[in-house]
Every structure is written in C-alpha cells, then in structure tokens.
Design a protein around this ligand. Structure first.
Ligand SMILES: [Zn+2]
Ligand SMILES: [Zn+2]
Length: 351
C-alpha cells in the first residue's frame, strides 16, 4: 500500500512536447494489481506521430518492470513486493483468431492496456493482464533486463514466423534496437551468414560485437553488389526489415533471393502504396510475412532466454533518463545513430 495520493507522469502531446504532470494514483479493483514502476523502455512505435496523433495527450511506456505495491481482492498468483514484468496487451483467448493461435489479431488485444502507462510512478494492471501476461522476473533477471521482454518478444514472433533453414544467409535491414534483437535471436539458430545493413557505422560496429558475420552501409556500398560478393552471387535466403518505409521494403525485396523469405517488421504510415513488379514477384516465389506486436507465449520465451543468459539485454541498453528525459529519448531514437534502447526511470535514475 502507498500513502501517496498523486503521482508524476510524463504526458505525451507530440514528439517535441512531453510534459511532467500530476494525476491520482489509479485505484485498483478485484483481481487487479498496482505496480510501482521501476523502469520502462521507450519503443520505436512511440515516436510515430501519425500513430499517436489521435491518441494524444497520452502517457506512453509499454515495456515496464516494477514492484507490486498493492494486490486486489482475489489475486492469488502475486503478492506485494513481487518483481514483475507486465505486458500491455492480452488476447481474449476465445475468438476465431485466438483459437488459431493468432493472438495479436484478436479484436480484444489492442483494446487492453495498463493504466496510465509505464512512464508514470505507478500503473494499474487489469485483471485479465494479471492472469495471462504478468510475469515474475526470474532470479538473476534484473529490472533493466525485464524491459526488453516486450520489444524482443516482437522480434521473436517475427523469427518464429520466418524460421531459417540450416545454413541460410540472413540479411537484417536496420541495426537499431529491433535489428539487434533479430540478430541476437538469429545467432541462436542454425542460420549461416548474418549480414546487417544500416546507415550508421556506430550501429554496424555494435552489430559485429553482437554476432553479425558481415555488415554493410548502403550509404557507402552498393548493398546488392556487396551481398552477392559475400554470398556466392546470390541474395539472402531470409530478409528481416525493421524500418516501416517503402524504401526499406524495396531494398528488402531486392536483397531477397528467389524462393526466400521476406519479413516485414514495422508498418509504414496508413495509405502508403508499395509498388512492386508483380510479374517478377510471382516468379520469384518469395514468401512475404509481417508481424505485429507479441503475445504471452513470446514474452515468456524471452524471459526464459534472459534467465538462461542466452540473450544480452545489457548490450542493447545505451541510455537512461528520468521522467523528464522522455523528449530527449524520443529525439535520440529518431536520430537513429549512436543509441539503441533508452530506458526511463520514473523515480529517477539513482533511486
Ligand atoms: Zn513497442
Ligand atoms: Zn481473441
């Protein structure tokens, strides 16, 4: 229980306007929990103004970990003081899509949320999220480690949908946080060469440290020519695209070998049209798939990978801010250069 009545939140208006505001600590009902936020990551999706415009003003943050401050009536699985990761979306478990295991397509999925968000001193967790996607942080998994559960789970879902054959040559377009997650996960598979492309040499250096066998900077090298050079005259057997831009999708399709797999990992703005040579696409037999968000199976898997020290959260976290640093974290993310994941500490970095 907390004796405080109000809490501080970071209220998002637009990318260059995030204000510290006070609001009441949410009250919890039966089956719910109140979490004192320890730390929460900033997601690339939280810089997409076209997506956030209709939703603002809004408290962002959906990659939180914290300590349970209060449990509602009937909560058996958790107690005050437990260290947890909380997912912001859960499916209904009973619709057409849920029965097919396509949980992120469930109509209910995007409607569920934590209140008000992770960039707040406390947040309320609705009963259905307490039940299906609130995870106790395993021993040895830190609060910081836990912040990568949700975003890495999104890439894990992408890798599950695009499983490489043994020895496959992989290309990853974009070496930001998501690209590095694909990289870390794909190095755990039987994939062969893993080639990472980005405009930032700093990011490419990090990619080599995290297991990329080759890196390419399309600003300086012709990516298709270089890929063919590396891969015996062929393109990549699987291409993972982390950028939601038509230019990146064009490049991805260009780099994908006939019979290969093309994974679309981020959305362009609504209404954008992707012109492709349909005849060439038909004869290429390239398999295209996309993946939105992640669900309870993926979050649990990433927690298990973290507990087993098979993935490295520390290498992905580059910047830390207090609640008043959200604006700076957003601008850093948009620069897409010398940063990967930024974390926000609502109670201060040294608290
Ligand atoms: Zn996200
Ligand atoms: Zn459903």
């Amino acid at each position: 229980m907390t004796s405080k009545k109000n809490m501080r939140v970071a209220m998002y208006y637009k990318n260059d306007d995030v204000r510290i505001e006070e609001q009441p600590i949410p009250a919890i009902g039966p089956g719910e929990i109140l979490v004192k936020t320890e730390v929460c990551g900033l997601c690339g999706g939280e810089t997409m103004e076209w997506y956030l415009k209709s939703r603002a003003p809004k408290v962002l943050g959906h990659e939180p970990t914290g300590v349970i401050a209060e449990v509602g009536k009937g909560v058996k699985e958790f107690k005050e003081g437990d260290r947890v990761f909380v997912h912001h979306h859960v499916p209904c478990m009973s619709c057409h899509y849920c029965h097919r295991g396509r949980f992120t397509l469930c109509e209910h999925f995007s409607k569920t949320k934590i209140e008000p968000g992770g960039f707040a001193e406390f947040f309320r967790v609705p009963a259905e999220i307490v039940k299906s996607d609130t995870l106790l942080l395993s021993k040895g998994v830190t609060f910081e480690d836990g912040t990568i559960i949700e975003p890495m789970a999104c890439t894990l879902k992408g890798v599950r949908q695009t499983p490489p054959h043994p020895g496959d040559t992989i290309a990853i377009i974009g070496a930001g946080f998501m690209g590095m997650c694909y990289l870390q996960l794909l190095t755990l598979t039987t994939a062969g060469k893993i080639i990472v492309l980005d405009f930032s040499d700093w990011r490419l250096e990090r990619a080599r440290e995290m297991g990329a066998t080759h890196t390419l900077n399309p600003k300086k090298q012709d990516p298709l020519e270089q890929l063919h050079e590396i891969n015996n005259g062929r393109g990549a057997d699987a291409v993972f695209i982390t950028a939601g831009s038509i230019a990146a999708w064009d490049l991805g399709l260009q780099l994908c070998e006939r019979g290969g797999q093309l994974h679309l990992g981020a959305p362009p703005p609504p209404g954008e049209v992707w012109p492709v040579d349909s005849n060439a696409l038909y004869f290429s037999e390239v398999q295209i798939n996309s993946s939105f968000s992640a669900h309870h199976v993926d979050t649990q898997s990433v927690l298990d990978l973290l507990a087993a020290k098979r993935v490295n959260a520390e290498a992905l976290i580059t910047h830390r801010f207090g609640l008043d640093g959200v604006e700076e974290a957003i601008s850093l993310l948009l620069k897409a250069d010398v940063s990967l994941k930024s974390l926000i500490y609502p109670w201060g970095i040294n608290n």
